[in-house]
Design a protein around this ligand. Structure first.
Ligand code: SAM
Length: 264
């Protein structure tokens, strides 16, 4: 249903672009492949395009919606036994509170508000021990950055940070016409599976190293990263000093983060 037909005025500040193409909704739900007994959390259900398709396959789900009017509509449409609605900002939401009630790990899904997607992805890192996977619709450029390989234009902080902790997979692209109102950008759907082999790692040293190195991504590490590491007493990585940060692969970044963690 279009937002106008539903009697809702899309709010720009909440990044509201509602999915209006049933084929795209089905493709996303097929990709998620939800099964009874799983613990799903949807971020930003909006007018329930995804929510209703998910609830056709699942008896219950959690959803987090910041917009009061939309939250009220969702509450009147779905009883709590089907939908546990959290009227909250996903950027401040305590995902651990949902996980605490159940033995299963969370499956987080959503057609995310693009204005908050990067901070949200970073915040979700902190909950990843409680999460199995994430399926998100994001701005296409953000997905391209997340899945990028070294020595390409898109490879940067977000690529390293996300690939360090998730197996990432770009699933398919979605054009602006699939939404109401249509956004100015193209979108893509991504699958992110938590890497259990890296659950014990604290993301913070990696975040610090990446912030220091990628602040000047065109400069050789000789003038940026290496002096930064030396000032902290961290071991010098066995890398060519003329490399630029975008040429360094994820395993090497993890080793550098380990050397920082060892001295802090
Ligand atoms: N899932 C719906 C769909 O596919 O049609 C709506 C998607 S729309 C791009 C983003 C939704 O996220 C809106 O319902 C918006 O109100 C909600 N939203 C925006 N910022 C939010 C936040 N910080 N926390 C929770 N929900 C948020």
């Amino acid at each position: 249903m279009s937002a106008e037909k539903a009697g809702h005025r899309a709010r720009k500040r909440f990044g509201q672009h509602f999915l209006a193409d049933p084929g795209v909704v089905d493709a996303i739900v097929d990709a998620i492949d939800p099964r009874e007994g799983e613990l799903l959390v949807e971020i930003g259900p909006g007018l329930a395009a995804l929510t209703s398709a998910l609830l056709a396959r699942l008896p219950h789900l959690h959803a987090i919606e910041i917009d009061r009017d939309l939250a009220a509509r969702l509450r009147s449409r779905y009883p709590p036994r089907q939908l546990t609605l959290h009227e909250a900002d996903a950027l401040r939401f305590d995902f651990a509170a949902v996980a605490a009630s159940q033995p299963q790990r969370l499956r987080i899904v959503g057609n995310l508000p693009y204005n908050v997607s990067s901070p949200l992805l970073v915040r979700l890192l902190g909950f990843r021990a409680l999460v199995r996977d994430q399926h998100f619709m994001l701005q296409r450029e953000v997905v391209e950055r997340i899945v990028a390989v070294p020595s390409t234009r898109d490879f940067g902080r977000l690529s390293v940070l996300m690939q360090a902790f998730y197996e990432v997979e770009r699933l398919f692209d979605v054009g602006p016409q699939a939404f109401d109102p249509p956004p100015r950008v193209h979108s893509s759907v991504i699958r992110m599976r938590v890497r259990d082999d890296r659950l014990a790692r604290d993301p913070m040293p990696l975040q610090q190293v990446l912030a220091a190195a990628f602040a000047q991504r065109r400069k050789m590490i000789r003038t940026t990263l290496l002096p930064w590491l030396e000032a902290r007493g961290a071991a010098r990585p066995p890398l060519d000093a003329s490399l630029r940060p975008e040429q360094i692969d994820v395993p090497s970044w993890l080793r550098i983060a380990d050397s920082v963690a060892a001295v802090t």
